[in-house]
Design a protein around this ligand. Structure first.
Ligand code: ADP
Ligand code: MG
Length: 586
């Protein structure tokens, strides 16, 4: 191993000389403690190194050795249910809360080397295989069948294949390749800054159902889609991310806590194991990988945590799964970039962020998508990426939000005002958008209810009209509105409170199926339509406003999934009650 020496330390940045044998992006070990770092710039024999651990105690003269390899993750059985730090060292819950108490330079294995897995062969001796082909499987958890795939760039004929109990490091198959026989175990290494290969991208045209009404009905995300959730502190970014991790119908969830409070990740660790996935009957941790680089852990590793997360996500996508990755918050990653860039004395761009901020963000989100995976079975995988953004003061014109919005297809804009009024999720229904809407309409109208998109469009039109009506009320009073406009205001209030608002902490309301969303919307629009008819038939608006049935509409969200027929009954009841208001015209 070629070595150089430290000449300067500036927080997480270490400058070393004598590094002429190293390359940009090489992982290096700094000092006798072997702190892990990554070269981010080379000038002559001088390397600028971003160190992923506390650099206190490091000083000029300390030895620096390059590993000659880029920052990589280990991929294989044992990822699920784990919590890792930004550079994939396994963490325990306590460490997340208390900070990085890992021994400095700890050389702990990324994947557990002791654990024994049952390897089931899917190929036999003599079979010809190439990159992406599944040679065998391991039941990683009761819900995740881990596919052992031929690594990228490898092909050959199976000479040996060893079914049975193995650790990840045991040889499970031997290939006769054009360069001779090669042994393979269950570990694949992959450099985190490079997207994993696939055959081709395909159109993302099925929804990633989240069970969150404002998202699924109004601003839907697809399997393979990208979304950003910008919002000020306390507006509910983390709760939305947690809700998606808990309820989105992804087969694998990778949750990256990046630069936010440690106790949020401990909450995840306490809560997730208790939550049972309705479809599988197993704890949702059985399909979840956690990555924590919280605010009390080294800043530089925030950047790594995002890449570690997306590489693990791609790996499961490559098995043919639908994967959802959440990153909370991408702003903390960008701030780490800004800090390193400042220390490198690079030319600052907008608000001190480096000029390459936008391209880094774009490269990250471009790794999402729905793909045909490598391998001869043409399997299909999808990776959806949902990033929280924390613009200072909630000002979405700042560089991180802007660069993100240029690349993602969905904008869920969280509003301080809404969260202040305790309208949760505080997703602004007038400013947010989803560019997948048209594609999803096809699916929703075909699979859920033929009127799904029609009803959504009607509800949105009413919401858009609401502001103008409210403005009139402010200026000249409610009585100046026509009866029908007053009814409209009743209905938009109902859409906001009874549909858009959804309590993440309510046992039933926390998740709402597409069918329930559709039926709830129908009930509210029924109230409107029947109200219009009743007004025409002589009902007074005051009578409609004080109908008891409105209580039932407000409670519709707490209807259990198995009793949705009650929502149909409610629709009938609305009709009957409205008819009672009709005046006999003689
Ligand atoms: P942020 O991550 O944007 O700082 P959080 O996600 O931590 O904000 O949310 C702050 C608080 O808002 C939560 O602790 C919770 O009390 C409330 N909240 C947010 N979303 C919801 C929701 N969907 N249902 C109920 N309460 C919510
Ligand atoms: Mg948060």
């Amino acid at each position: 191993m070629k070595t150089g020496e430290v000449v300067k330390v500036s927080g997480p940045l270490v400058i070393a000389s004598g590094m002429e044998n190293a390359n940009v992006y090489d992982v290096v070990e700094v000092s006798e403690d072997k702190l892990i770092g990554e070269i981010i710039e080379m000038r002559g024999d001088r390397a600028s190194i971003q160190v992923y651990e506390e650099t206190t105690g490091i000083g000029p003269g300390d030895v620096v050795a390059t590993t000659g390899a880029p920052l990589s993750v280990e991929l294989g059985p044992g990822l699920i249910e784990q919590m890792f730090d930004g550079i994939q060292r396994p963490l325990k819950a306590l460490q997340v809360e208390a900070g990085d108490f890992l021994e400095k330079g700890a050389t702990v294995e990324k994947l557990n080397r002791e654990k024994v897995w049952e390897f089931v062969a899917k190929k036999k001796v003599g079979d010809k295989v190439s990159e992406g082909d599944v040679v065998g499987v391991v039941q990683e958890t009761p819900v995740v069948l881990h596919k052992i795939m031929v690594p990228y760039g490898v092909s050959g004929i199976i000479k040996e294949i060893h079914e049975g109990a193995h650790t990840v490091a045991d040889t499970v198959y031997v290939l006769e390749t054009k360069d001779g026989n090669k042994e393979f175990n269950m570990i694949q290494k992959w450099p985190v800054r490079r997207g994993r290969n696939y055959q081709r991208k395909i159109d993302p045209n099925t929804p990633l159902v989240t069970g969150q009404r404002v998202i699924d009905t109004f601003f839907p995300i697809t399997k393979g889609g990208t979304a950003a959730i910008p919002g000020p502190f306390g507006s509910g970014k983390t709760v939305v991310q947690h809700q998606l991790a808990k309820w989105a119908d992804a087969q694998i969830v990778v949750y990256v806590g990046c630069g936010e409070r440690g106790n949020e990740m401990t909450d995840v660790l306490m809560e997730f194991p208790e939550l049972i996935d309705q479809k599988t009957g197993e704890s949702i941790m059985k399909r979840t990988v956690l990555i924590a680089n919280t605010s009390n852990m080294p800043v530089a590793a925030r950047e790594a945590s995002i890449y570690t997360g997306i590489t693990i996500s791609e790996y499961y996508r490559d098995m043919g799964y639908s994967v959802a990755m959440m990153a909370d918050s991408t702003s903390r990653w960008a701030e780490a970039l800004r800090e390193m860039s400042g220390r490198l004395e690079e030319m600052p761009g907008d608000e001190g962020y480096p000029a390459y901020l936008a391209s880094r963000i774009a490269q990250f989100y471009e790794r999402a998508g729905r793909v045909i995976c490598l391998g001869s079975d043409e399997r299909e995988g999808a990776l959806s990426v949902i990033g929280a953004v924390s613009p200072p003061g909630g000002d979405v014109s700042e560089p991180v939000t802007q660069s993100t919005l240029r690349i993602v297809k969905i904008f869920w804009k969280l509003d301080y005002d809404l969260s202040y009024k305790r309208h949760f999720p505080a997703i602004n229904w007038l400013d947010s958008y989803s560019l997948y809407q048209t594609k999803m309409d096809k699916y929703l109208d075909g699979e859920v209810d033929e009127d799904f998109s029609k009803n959504r469009v009607r509800a949105m039109a009413l919401l858009q009209e609401e502001n103008a009506l409210q403005e009139i009320v402010r200026l000249v009073g409610r009585d100046s509105l026509s009866d029908e406009d007053q009814l409209k205001l009743e209905v938009t209030k109902s859409i906001r409170e009874d549909f858009l608002q959804q309590n993440a902490f309510h046992e039933i309301d926390t998740y709402c199926s597409l069918e329930k969303q559709s039926k709830m919307m129908k009930v509210i629009l029924k109230f409107y339509d029947e109200g219009v008819v009743a007004l025409k038939n002589g009902a007074y608006i005051s009578e409609i406003e004080s109908m008891d049935i409105r209580e039932d509409i407000a409670r519709a969200k707490n209807t259990p999934e198995e009793s949705l027929v009650k929502l149909d009954e409610l629709g009938v009841k609305i009709e009957e009650e409205m008819k009672k208001l009709t005046k006999e015209v003689l």
